[in-house]
Design a protein around this ligand. Structure first.
Ligand SMILES: Cc1cc2nc3c(=O)[nH]c(=O)nc-3n(C[C@H](O)[C@H](O)[C@H](O)COP(=O)(O)OP(=O)(O)OC[C@H]3O[C@@H](n4cnc5c(N)ncnc54)[C@H](O)[C@@H]3O)c2cc1C
Length: 382
């Protein structure tokens, strides 16, 4: 059986000094709007993203020739874990910084890197993910949106769904079928950088359970994409998407989405007479959090070494999203309070937001069942 590698990693003085800088910065900005603190990496605030850019905290690991910071994955890890733990609204640049930029570094042309990466680093260009379609989510290879060859480029027709922040982003990495489906279902797919203001493209909001307009439906009606916006190798989009998803699955955002509620609950319980049951539950959640953090740090370190730890990333996402999804109900039981969506601030508001948002945690970025399938295959069980 194949082994999973979670070699322990410790952050050093350099990373801890950086942590202090981020905390000082957050002291000036925070505390953030209470209604935005749960799942804050889904909260879009372009101004806040640009203030991070001024500190060099976007594109941190990218080469300086594209405006990047030439920093390590561990340094980036420390910055993003501090931002997420504070409930900072990092959603505007999140996808571009986490996966679109790294995708272009790995597969993009020199022109694409020189054009897009400095803009991302400056907080001037945000990216959306155009993978899911109305009848293709987990079974991504079944997508119907297609791009047809025309002079100078491609004409895209079809639709996408659940596209986070497409209305606030500038570009979208869009997966399209460029050759008819064959026996090899994964062949014939390609990725394009699509301008979200292009003629023929319509974006319609979908209101979430929490009442927010966060994700969208997108319709393509003969949208022209020039040749220089094809990413990587034509018809090899599947392999590129798989590499992209590995960047997406292992970060601290996969277990910190409801962290602010844990911190608030501990504060409430500190001030109250702590029942033994509450103490036990808090202890269990803090212990799970510490283990997840170590596992996720270990994956960041493997990315630094140029490895592609797909199975380890899937394990972190499965365990991490279970943690952040179970936390609201556990806190509700020990705090004995009612969730109150109308509460201006405080633990009632955090609890209410966490309950409304938690169901999505294990769906986005690949569902629990799909991740478990990947892990089983990685372990040689399938
Ligand atoms: C908050 C949020 C933000 C999102 N943002 C984006 C985005 O920006 N861009 C984007 O492209 N997509 C986005 N998505 C879509 C997300 O990637 C899909 O929802 C996800 O991949 C699941 O696809 P689906 O919704 O079509 O569900 P389905 O694939 O229909 O799955 C339904 C259920 O069946 C199960 N299932 C399916 N296949 C199998 C199988 N083979 N074995 C066992 N069980 C199976 C699933 O696990 C799930 O429980 C977002 C989703 C959410 C919730």
């Amino acid at each position: 059986m194949q082994q999973l590698n979670f070699e322990p990693v410790l952050t050093a003085e350099k990373e801890e000094a950086l942590r202090e800088q981020v905390r000082d910065f957050l002291q000036q900005y925070g505390p953030f709007k209470p209604g935005n603190m749960i799942d804050s990496w889904s909260v879009c605030d372009p101004e806040f993203s640009r203030s991070l850019a001024k500190h060099g905290w976007l594109g941190m690991t990218w080469p300086s020739e594209y405006g990047g910071g030439d920093k390590s994955y561990l340094e980036r890890y420390v910055v993003i874990e501090e931002l997420l733990a504070a409930g900072a609204p990092v959603g505007a640049h999140w996808v571009a910084d986490r996966q679109s930029g790294p995708l272009l570094l790995k597969f993009g042309t020199q022109e694409q890197r020189e054009y897009f990466l400095p803009k991302i680093v400056n907080g001037e260009c945000f990216f959306a993910i155009g993978m899911s379609e109305p009848n293709s989510g987990s079974d991504l290879a079944s997508i119907k949106t297609h791009a047809e060859r025309v002079e100078g480029g491609w004409l895209v027709n079809g639709s996408k769904i659940w596209t986070s922040w497409a209305h606030a982003c500038h570009q979208m990495i869009t997966l399209c079928r460029t050759a008819p489906a064959s026996e090899n279902r994964h062949a014939g797919l390609s990725q394009f950088i699509v301008d979200l203001k292009a003629e023929g493209l319509t974006i319609r909001p979908i209101v979430t359970l929490a009442g927010e307009k966060h994700f969208n439906e997108i319709f393509f009606d003969n949208v022209f994409v020039p040749d220089n916006r094809v990413v990587g190798k034509l018809n090899d989009g599947w392999n590129q998407v798989m590499a992209e998803l590995a960047f997406e699955r292992s970060g601290p955002e996969r277990f910190l989405s409801s962290y602010q509620l844990l911190e608030a609950a501990i504060q409430v319980l500190r001030e109250a007479e702590l029942a033994q049951q509450a103490e036990t539950v808090i202890g269990q959640y803090v212990a799970r959090l510490m283990v997840l953090r170590q596992m996720s740090l270990s994956v960041a370190n493997q990315l630094q070494q140029g490895k592609l730890p797909v199975n380890e990333a899937s394990v972190v996402k499965d365990l991490g999203t279970s943690f952040e999804q179970e936390l609201p109900e556990a806190m509700r039981l020990i705090l004995a309070i009612e969730p109150r969506p109308s509460a201006e601030h405080g633990v009632e508001r955090l609890l209410s937001d966490a309950i409304l948002k938690a169901p999505s945690f294990s769906l986005r970025g690949g569902t629990r069942e799909i991740l478990r399938g990947i892990i089983a295959r990685g372990l040689g069980l399938r």
